[in-house]
Design a protein around this ligand. Sequence first.
Ligand code: NDP
Length: 293
Amino acid sequence: MAANIIDGKKIAESVRNEVKEAVAARIAAGLPAPALATVLVGENPASQVYVASKHKACAEVGIRSIGHVLPENASQQEVESLVKALNADPEVSGILVQLPLPKHLDEEAVLSAIDLHKDVDGFSPVNIGRLAQKGREPLFVPCTPAGCMLLIESAGMKLSGANAVVLGRSNIVGMPVALLLVKANATVTIVHSRTREIPEVCRQADILVAAIGQPEFVKADWVKPGAVVIDVGINRISDPTAKRGTRLVGDVDFKGVSKVASAITPVPGGVGPMTIALLMRNTLRAAQLADPQ
Ligand code: NDP
């Protein structure tokens, strides 16, 4: 039976609409609009596109956005000083440092400098640490992983007791997704580049999340019939039949796997739109945390 295609665009739109309504209600109640400060170091074209799309999304939901751009050769001290100034600015609700940073900068030190109450990306070691601890909650959950969880829930899969396999253990996707699944009482296996018998491990999964950056890696016969498959990968491959000569594919062989899974996210239009929608939700939350109690 063909899988249900999980419509990330639609689910992301409903998250953005909820944020938009909450922002309008704040303003009507005399509270300030949330404000997101972005920090872009250097001129990485992909990062410039991501930051621009975050500013556009802010405008659409009524969040103010303030862009800060530092030169490629900015020093550690300059970047951290900017972050500290934004921490101290009461008009800034959330701070987003666009990753990756240029290689000479210490990313962990920069992320650690962000005030926990403004860490809307949820990447500070303290927020991730809280995600990993039983009985503790982070102030912010990283956006792409939080988006994956909403997509899994939308498929109606009961997480408690389910077997989940996460392919990838990066700080920004794989590991936080795995931690969120553990918090939701799934039994979680993490697959990485040293894992043996990957197809066999994947076949145990009721929920399979692929975040490894390898085009169409997960094949149909690795997937348990009826599994929910979340494809985080975004890979550009050559396709002479496409207008631009290339097309985007995920980490899952969509054509084959969609015949076996019960629900699957497409690429594009699955996880991708969720990331920015959840950033908007986190920025709203940051503003709420700063409200007089
Ligand atoms: P990273 O490169 O940081 O991490 C990749 C992970 O996959 C690593 O843990 C690595 O293992 C593992 N891996 C790589 N190759 C294999 C393999 N052949 N077999 C098993 N494991 C493997 O990637 P990210 O987490 O940043 O991104 C993953 C994908 O998600 C990319 O396609 C990226 O573009 C996409 N992405 C999409 C987002 C969205 O909004 N939709 C947001 C962020 C990322 P090891 O640790 O052993 O090296």
